[in-house]
Design a protein around this ligand. Sequence first.
Ligand code: ZN
Length: 155
Amino acid sequence: MKKTGKLQTVYVCYHQSSLSSVARYQPLQPEYVLAPYLSAVKGFKSRKLISRFRCGCHGLHVDTGRLLPLAQQVPREQRHCVFCTSGSAEDEHHFVFDCPAYCAIRNRFTNILWGPASTLSSFCTLYDPKVIARFLRECFEHRNTLMAAQTGHNL
Ligand SMILES: [Zn+2]
């Protein structure tokens, strides 16, 4: 067996495993195929933004909270959003669909958010990836502004 074939087999097994990080990613990419956004989105920064979001490496509190030293870590569901008073974890679903801090942006993207896209899986797979990238970029830029206002530091 060629090295790439063996690596592919290992990856496919990993992809089908039930590890928590894989379990969160798998609905976004159920099959071992090239994700359509990788060829549809030409800009490197936009592809990187979508990739990081899909993999959970985006800087939301559910992500940054797992990088803290063990003694400071709290469970994922307790890594609350600091930009609203909902008490929700700042996870991908809250960021895209629920957090009131991004209402104005969401209102400009109603075609991708108020249709059949009520799950992260549908959000990431049903619509033009270039529009998804634009939405995510605007939300993360706004988040950086909100964070800078809270901390007094520019990000
Ligand atoms: Zn929020």
